[in-house]
Design a protein around this ligand. Sequence first.
Ligand SMILES: *Cc1c(COP(=O)(O)O)cnc(C)c1O
Length: 454
Amino acid sequence: MRERAPALADWAVTAAARAVLAEARERAAGGPDAVPAVLASLGAAAERRARVLARPSPARVINATGIALHTNLGRALLAPQAAAAAALAATTYGDLELDLATGRRGDRLGAVANKLALLADAEAALAVNNNAGALVLAVSALATGREVIVSRGELVEIGGAFRLPDMIEAAGARLVEVGTTNRTHPDDYRRALGPETALLLKVHRSNFEVRGFTAEVELPVLATIARERGVPLLEDLGSAALVDLRAAGLPEESYAPARLRLGADLVCFSGDKLFGGPQAGILLGRADLIATLRRHALARALRLDKMTLAALDWTVAALLAGGREEIPMLRQLREPLTAVAERAQRLAERIGPIAQAAGLRAVLQESRTPLGGGTLPGLEWPSWALALESDTFGANELATRLRRAPIPVIARVAGGLVLLDARTLCEQDLEDVVASLAAALIDGAAPAHAGASD
Ligand SMILES: *Cc1c(COP(=O)(O)O)cnc(C)c1O
């Protein structure tokens, strides 16, 4: 077995062999009849298992879905310079918590918080591990033991076990629901406000739309109500940028500073969605509220590690310098459709020869894709895709085979076709897509990642 897989690490082979032998003993205990079959399968089973064990995680895949902020594929790409800053922070000592001027203990977040506040024109800023953490921190620091008012139309579940009511409960606050699923009015909030109210919370409907007979209390109105009663207003934007992207077709609510100007006391959003940075939860707003959050014990539990901090700091500095083209998310978002079409065309040309040989038809077609990552529902991006149809494999079978190729390619299946969307492919991906497609089309080829769930 080792000769056939020289690249497999010893530790993985040993662990796999132990596990497979333990299973074989159990199965062989079923009686002598079972023994020959058990023995015959041992080598292959151990090798499969060792491969699964030794696989790097997360492993690189090619995102051909067209969904730039695909949650399952790791959301936003980080700029290589941000990744380099993270690597430097990780491999050298740094002034993470040392004030070089005084020699005293420093503030790990100070520099990035200052830059964030400057960029957003906010009084103050804070960054924690992720946006769910930002929300739990804010609710804990401002409302534990008291009430948080939320419209019934905004009690979202984001996926990955993020349910707003559960988050509020985890933070030790009481959720007070107002309005109905489709309609909430200013008076609903006014009636619910009382001496126990600690926070008004507005939540972006990241992954669904309410259409038809609907009413929602707009932010300025909610801000007026909050101010009348002296209760802070937090808006969880989910996905937001510190660059105004309205020219790229994004709605106003995707621009966090605009929400502060409309009266939110605090906003929070993810660092690795539209913002285009590392995983983080970014909080912006009133200095007194941010100070309260920073003092809370959870701020320590949710603090950023030095690698994320360095990547975030680089990203914010790049944005301050106007370097939008350096942020992959912003570059993808603003890439002209013609450039996407040309890339799809180049992919088609490269696939041509193998397609012909393997009974595969590949046709360019226009496509539309969401931004993804629980971002802006209803917002779709125009794109171009290569639609594949095979004589040998059905669309789902071909998509599965692509997913199991040596460099996995994640495609969409629609209308009986496998779609390779060029929006999220980069030039360097094209050759790998061709190689993986060639591997996927070889009938009977042992898929590299088969048996991941054995
Ligand atoms: C995505 C999202 C979150 C969770 O953010 P994470 O960074 O994944 O923790 C919370 N609220 C809303 C509205 C979201 O869209």
